[in-house]
Design a protein around this ligand. Sequence first.
Ligand code: ZN
Ligand code: ZN
Length: 470
Amino acid sequence: MLWTYDAWDTSPPVLPRPTRLYSLTPIGVGTPMVESLTGYVVRLAEAHCVSAGLLYWKEIRTLTGKGNIFTFRVTNGNGYSTHTINGLGAPAADFVRVLERLTGQHNLRVLTLLPWAQVLPKAGLLRRARAWCERCVQAWHQANQPLYEPLLWTLQAVTVCPYHQRPLCHQCPHCACPLGPLDWRSRSAYCSRCAHTLVPHAVESVHTLPSHDLQWATWVANACGDLLAATAQMDCPPARDRLAHTIGRCIEHTSAGNASAFARLLQVGRGDVSRWQRGKAVPRFTLLLRMAYGLRTSLLDFLLGSPGAMAAGGVVRAAPVALPSPTHRQTAQAGRRRNGPEVSRILHAALTENPPPSVRAVLKRLGDAASTVRYHFPDLCRTIARQHAEHRARCATVRKAHAAEEVRRVAYQLHAKGLRLTRQHIRPLLTSSDYLNLPEGRAALREVRSQLGLEDKNGHAPAPHNWGHG
Ligand SMILES: [Zn+2]
Ligand SMILES: [Zn+2]
């Protein structure tokens, strides 16, 4: 009796293609708390035990062709806008392409707003600085779950956590600094400025929003969460003509087809509405939210133009629906125009402030009255502008001196350790990676090099002694 064994499988095993970086799986795809692309870069750096800055500088920079993105400043709005990496424009597309190539992951688009590029506006969508929910971070930390940065928190319209119904935090509790979405020293749930943890020891009961504001904020957060959750399941990106059609129906429902009345209702120009209807432009994100809310439909259905969203004969058709104003507070402000003495008092108060605010910042406080302030108070406005400019000049001088001093100190430290004084070595050790871009920082480096005999006064490396060919 012969025993029959199973045949051997001699076909070569299918191995995944080797990738330059770890093929890290994104967190939360298909849920409202899907990870953001900047947060993914930060976790990718942590997985390789290097800083986010170094990972970008060594692996991502040349492939994206973006240069130094760490010039971002939250406070004055200057520098590279790192928040656009999570957006729906070219920077997001470039980072997705490069990171997919480096990690072998296939669908990193869903970590950005790229799939919604046709139906969402480019401007005012994402906040420039990080925001986070302390309770979420604390809960993940206690449950030993990975800490990360959801895309939901990067949306400017989202002001509360939909799970904890608490306002999002915008400043490090230790150094009170706002944080950029992707800094050189970014780490999940750590401050990129002072390196302290953002996981709170105990969450105090901070002020909560008034109930009507909270209701609206929670609706917005949930609507945005649904949108992000649906991204992964979408077969094809939503098209603009569907949105144009939906807006047409919205006009029908709310203003009986009268586009001018609809424009007045939303406080926009008649031309804007016409462009939306022709698919030439997209309403601001807050307006899209208000329209969806007014039609008692989800933002998702509104943007997709789903047939079920506004079924004929439903609640919506029974009675015209009032569109909600963005918040109660803004409506109250819009209805009240400040008088002359009040404006004068605010302008005078701004003159004594330290640091001196810009004219634009002061005008923002004045709300509706701002439009005529420059006309009625030209001298006060000029003085405010001059004080602000002088303050900026003083800050710049201090910064330049600080840059030179720090570059000098770091350069000597590196030299003492026997390391070469290259920008790549020095940059990660500086408090601001921008210091080496300043002429003062570069001059300080040249000076140290020449003092150490590493180059002559003109910035050239000393000539080698021997040019022999043999
Ligand atoms: Zn939360
Ligand atoms: Zn901090």
